[in-house]
Design a protein around this ligand. Structure first.
Ligand SMILES: C[S@@+](CC[C@H](N)C(=O)[O-])C[C@H]1O[C@@H](n2cnc3c(N)ncnc32)[C@H](O)[C@@H]1O
Length: 185
């Protein structure tokens, strides 16, 4: 099977999350990233998942129940992340930008919420913590969120964070961009 952004993000998370860690899925959607974080953080860990779409919260809770996993799933914007967790307490935050496949086509991530959420996520990371971003663009979402996110990444202090923003050089269509952020130890 061809390598893709989701596969890279999951491999990155597998290497970064240990049992007992606190993790956040900032865009729960169908719950696949939430489920992976639950498996990695284990019974002693804590996973919080956010989505603004009731259907996504429902699908995420259903997947967790099916797989016998446990997470706190909130119907709230990731822009409010700071209300839920103290600074420097989180090992991994996952953003899978775009819209819910089969969901409401009018609900998708936007720079207006994504940028405050990214700033909050960066502050929530503990030393050695990570952020994984899959940046969908084109289609109804357009390019403004992608451009705003890529500009924001360049503003992060290189003494505190390492940022890798990749692109698929020869893939057709508009495949999501994989972005990885590490908080220095
Ligand atoms: C590409 S999907 C996520 C896919 C998901 N990670 C999965 O594994 O199935 C993007 C999700 O972001 C959600 N979303 C849009 N704006 C949001 C916001 N401000 N806060 C949290 N979630 C948001 C959408 O409702 C949608 O479900």
């Amino acid at each position: 099977m061809q390598l893709n952004t989701l596969g890279l993000a999951h491999e990155f998370l597998r290497r970064s999350v240990r049992p007992g860690d606190v993790c956040v899925d900032a865009t729960a959607g169908r719950g696949r990233d939430t489920a992976l974080l639950c498996r990695l953080a284990g019974a002693d860990g804590r996973v919080l998942a956010f989505d603004v779409q009731p259907e996504a919260v429902r699908q995420t809770q259903a997947l967790l129940a099916e797989e016998g996993l446990r997470a706190e799933v909130y119907l709230d914007s990731h822009a409010n992340l700071r209300r839920y967790l103290p600074p420097e307490s989180v090992q991994a935050v996952v953003f899978n930008l775009g819209r819910l496949p089969g969901g409401d086509p009018h609900i998708f991530t936007t720079a207006e919420n994504t940028l405050p959420a990214l700033s909050a996520a960066a502050e929530l990371l503990r030393p050695g913590g990570v952020i994984s971003l899959s940046v969908y663009y084109g289609g109804p979402n357009g390019y403004s969120e992608r451009d705003a996110v890529l500009s924001w990444l360049r503003t992060l202090d290189d003494r505190r964070y390492t940022v890798l923003a990749a692109e698929w050089a020869n893939r057709r269509g508009e495949p999501p961009l994989p972005v990885f952020i590490w908080r220095e130890r």
